[in-house]
Ligand binder design. Sequence first.
Ligand code: MG
Ligand code: ZN
Length: 228
Amino acid sequence: VHRTKVRIVEDALDANNTIARANREDFDRHGVAVVNLMSAPGAGKTTLLERALAQPLAGVRAGVLEGDVQGSFDADRLAALHVPVTQLNTDPGFGGECHLDANMVRSAMPAVPLSEIDLLVIENVGNLVCPAEFRVGEDARAMVCSVTEGEDKPLKYPLMFRTCELVVINKIDLLPHLEFDLDLFLYHLDQVNTGVARMLVSARTGEGVERWRDWLVSVTQRAAATVA
Ligand code: MG
Ligand code: ZN
């Protein structure tokens, strides 16, 4: 019985990967680099994007695909920045899933102005578990972890921390007010993903956000070089 269950999960992930490849081909055809941005709820993904996209990125036209179970609070915030924002809710049609998968992203693609952007940031549903299991056709995966979440997060959610090539450590302006042991957090991070790129930022004050903007530009350039 256990083997059968495992088999079904594998088939579902195979099907997801097939759709993710189709997404990837469509993104490539339009020359669009894609970042899958993940985090726990409230880590600051939207605020970080607000900060990063308040000014145009150097030579990169960005767009956002905003994943939420329901509502458009985050998309409305980002729409004020004059970047194209597409809302993808998992509630109607996808059973209120707590993650985005390749099929959901595919369903939203007709609404994304792919020919007008060079970079699509997909803000995944806030969740540290299943988003890590589903490829959506991205070039890069990044996650945001805030210093309010505790030093043990990498050990509790190793797949998420292992699957990302960048860990953005947010809300560092709060460090003086917290018991958070940054060195211990980084030690745990290296235990699950040795040497993974990390940056310390405060989306609230703007500290470190320039490096996050630079990273978004570099991922776009890297993707363009890979396709060409
Ligand atoms: Mg958000
Ligand atoms: Zn989920």
